[in-house]
Design a protein around this ligand. Sequence first.
Ligand code: PXP
Length: 241
Amino acid sequence: MTKLSVNINKIATIRNARGGNTPNVVQAAIDIENFGAEGITVHPRPDQRHITFRDAYDLKKVVKTEYNIEGYPSDDFIEMVLNIKPHQVTLVPDKPDAITSNAGWDCIKERVHLTPIIKQFKEQNIRVSVFLDPEVSQVEAALACGADRIELYTEAYASGFSHDKIAAIAPYKATAQRATELGIGLNAGHDLNLENLAYFVHEIPEILEVSIGHALISDALYYGLNNVVQMYKSKLTKHSS
Ligand code: PXP
């Protein structure tokens, strides 16, 4: 069954707007797990405009499910992840000033860069996932770099969903099929929401984990965090499109 990992960056964004500790990011992670989420994801960016490096350390002490840290593998990011030793690190190729992740890795061009970094994490028993566009050749390249999993960048799926969901998911299905043949695990994330999530996992049931932030935290403004965790989980468990 596909696991739900909740990305809590947006909770830190609200906190940072006032400079205090409301809402409390650590308490939110504890509560989100108690509400049934199977993982917590954070994406500390170089300017620490939402999740800070300090948050990433504090969360390690409380997260009891799966802790996933995403980010660009700069020297300070690598050092932090090696110190914290989360269950999973998701490597993302975004520039320091990116508003949000906006492309997957080119694992063919970046092989020399990524291979020793991935090795370092794996030596510490940290599972490594790499963020990828849905391209079959990139799956093979990610495996060659040593990645345990790929995270499919679902923005293109999400933006094409309402127009033509069959066409929108086609490249993801092809990429997932190749990943399964090669024995590399599959995660997915970006712009997944209550409308497009069920169809995605119904069509690609091999997805091990989705990480969802923006839509889920936005929905929580209307329904509350407890309810939205249930609502997203029911989209994963029923596999109803
Ligand atoms: N996966 C990665 C690599 C991301 O950078 C993000 C956004 O931080 C997400 C998943 C979650 O995307 P969203 O906030 O649109 O759910």
